[in-house]
Design a protein around this ligand. Structure first.
Ligand code: HEM
Length: 207
């Protein structure tokens, strides 16, 4: 089916506000996180300022994540995050072949965007792993580092705090990489900026 020049209202106001706050906080957390990690001999932000800003942004991110979680639980947006198991690998392959071959031959997308299907299979799995895997891990480990007294002392012979720190850094690194890939893939729209405009006005433009 060709959805030429069709517009679909896919991003409700709450998703747009959540996403803007979330993206901004993630950028702040990445800059301050890197400044803490590479504080010697000193990087972008002064160590003490980086720690304070990172902690505050992390607390706001926790609240914003809780609101996203509740929003997806109680509004129809959550349905886009439910992955149908049957034929999942076949659908993933189809999308992968489209991104690596079909798109360069100007073929039609195998999963055109509409109200029933907002995300293609690769987007869907990425968003689910990100929002229900890495983001909760980074939030929970962040609280564990902020309040070390609530973190387990040791786990299979390793320091609980060291493991929490490792998990936090691993999640942060992975989210940063996914974010770069995410922003790049967002440029593959009707025009290079149309997906970014969608996140401002709520309408997806199909091509
Ligand atoms: C500067 C940073 C970012 C930009 C410019 C950006 C841009 C966009 C755009 C244009 C869309 C709509 C197109 C689409 O559905 O693929 C989108 C959707 C989405 N983005 Fe981002 N993004 C950024 C950062 C992030 C981060 C850090 C996360 C998560 C940690 C994230 C998670 C999501 C999710 C879950 C959706 C789908 C929301 C829904 O409709 O339910 N984004 N992003």
């Amino acid at each position: 089916m060709n959805h030429e020049n069709q517009r679909f209202y896919l991003y409700p106001v709450w998703i747009r506000i959540w996403h803007m706050v979330n993206a901004l906080l993630c950028l702040i957390l990445i800059i301050t996180g890197l400044s803490i990690q590479f504080s010697n001999p000193g990087t972008m932000v002064k160590f003490s300022a980086a720690v304070s800003v990172h902690n505050i942004a992390g607390i706001i991110l926790s609240i914003s994540y809780a609101l996203f979680f509740l929003g997806n639980l109680f509004t129809p947006n959550g349905a886009y995050y439910v992955i149908p198991v049957k034929g999942f690998i076949t659908r993933l392959k189809k999308q992968f072949i489209y991104y690596t071959i079909g798109i360069f031959k100007k073929e039609d997308a195998p999963f055109p965007v509409n109200e029933e299907s907002k995300f293609n299979p690769l987007q869907q799995v990425t968003y689910v792993v990100l929002m229900y895997g890495f983001v909760p891990v980074i939030v929970l480990t962040g609280w564990g580092l902020l309040y070390p007294e609530i973190t387990v002392n040791s786990f299979v012979g390793f320091s609980g705090l060291d493991l929490t720190d490792l998990l936090h850094i691993f999640a942060g690194f992975t989210i940063s990489i996914i974010m770069c890939v995410h922003v790049y893939f967002c440029t593959i729209g009707k025009s290079p900026v149309s997906n970014f405009i969608s996140m401002i006005n709520g309408y997806h433009e199909s091509h």
